[in-house]
Design a protein around this ligand. Structure first.
Ligand SMILES: Nc1ncnc2c1ncn2[C@@H]1O[C@H](COP(=O)(O)OP(=O)(O)OP(=O)(O)O)[C@@H](O)[C@H]1O
Length: 244
């Protein structure tokens, strides 16, 4: 059980390296806010941070707890704590039909066959998509596949959902529809984005740079400093500065 003083999102001094490259260093985030934005340049470490936060990759140093659970160690408990939605739904989808895809997480959670069936039915009904159950996923559009991924995550009823640029590649109406669904959710959202406007009305924004938290605070000052810096870099014609 989480102690009374531990925040919902609790990362302490996290470091992560892969293939000899230091990707995250000294990342400490304690957060109870309901809407948290994460911005940063290409290659600054945002996706790696999202994966670490979801427990999908173990860290080399530090601790990652969501709602008191060490998410990389206790995967079954982690599924009820944190879900992640990637930019490309095809990186998430592994099954041929919508119902099989949605059922997977529930099965991983250890639910009985009948509870899995009920969970799939309930989430499809919630989104008025019961007719999608037997549909072949590859025949759905990218926006529809993204909605399948969202339903797969939501049916596990996580406390935190991490959005890793899930709207990139979607048209404006689909983006607005999914944004409306997400805004109505009674859970904590951590939203990684390149678009400052998407998180301007959030409770808190973190700016990640070279694998570290460069700024962390109220959205307006953090986003103003971030946008200013991005414009400065963009106005220079030196591609050697491209992160990575
Ligand atoms: N498994 C890995 N092995 C080696 N390098 C990696 C690995 N994962 C990420 N990197 C490198 O770490 C850096 C951060 O990558 P990451 O995908 O976390 O950044 P990002 O901020 O999400 O980038 P973008 O905005 O372009 O999606 C990049 O330089 C990337 O090439």
């Amino acid at each position: 059980m989480p102690s009374v003083t531990s925040p919902l999102i609790d990362l302490h001094d996290v470091a992560y390296a892969a293939e000899g490259k230091q990707i995250l260093s000294g990342v400490t985030i304690r957060a109870d806010e309901r809407r948290i934005g994460i911005v940063g340049r290409n290659g600054s470490g945002k996706t790696s941070l999202a994966r670490v936060m979801a427990g999908l990759i173990p860290t080399d140093q530090g601790r990652v707890r969501i709602d008191g659970v060490e998410v990389a160690q206790d995967r079954r408990a982690a599924l009820r704590r944190v879900g992640i939605l990637f930019q490309n739904p095809d990186h998430q989808i592994i099954f041929p039909t919508v119902e099989e895809e949605i059922a997977f997480g529930l099965t991983q959670m250890g639910l009985s066959k009948s509870d899995v069936k009920r969970g799939v039915h309930n989430v499809l009904r919630r989104f008025d998509k019961l007719h999608w159950a037997p549909a072949a996923i590859h025949q759905l559009s990218q926006g529809q596949r993204q909605l399948v991924c969202l339903m797969s995550v939501l049916c596990m009823v996580p406390k935190v959902i991490i959005l890793d640029e899930p709207f990139a590649g979607l048209d404006i109406p689909t983006t607005r529809q999914l944004e409306r669904v997400l805004a109505s959710l009674d859970l904590t959202i951590v939203h990684i984005t390149h678009a400052p406007d998407a998180v301007r009305a959030y409770d808190r924004v973190l700016w990640i740079d070279q694998g570290r938290v460069l700024q962390d605070g109220a959205p307006l000052p953090v986003l103003a400093a971030f946008s200013r810096r991005m414009m400065e870099i963009g106005d220079s014609d030196d591609l050697s500065d491209l992160a990575g």
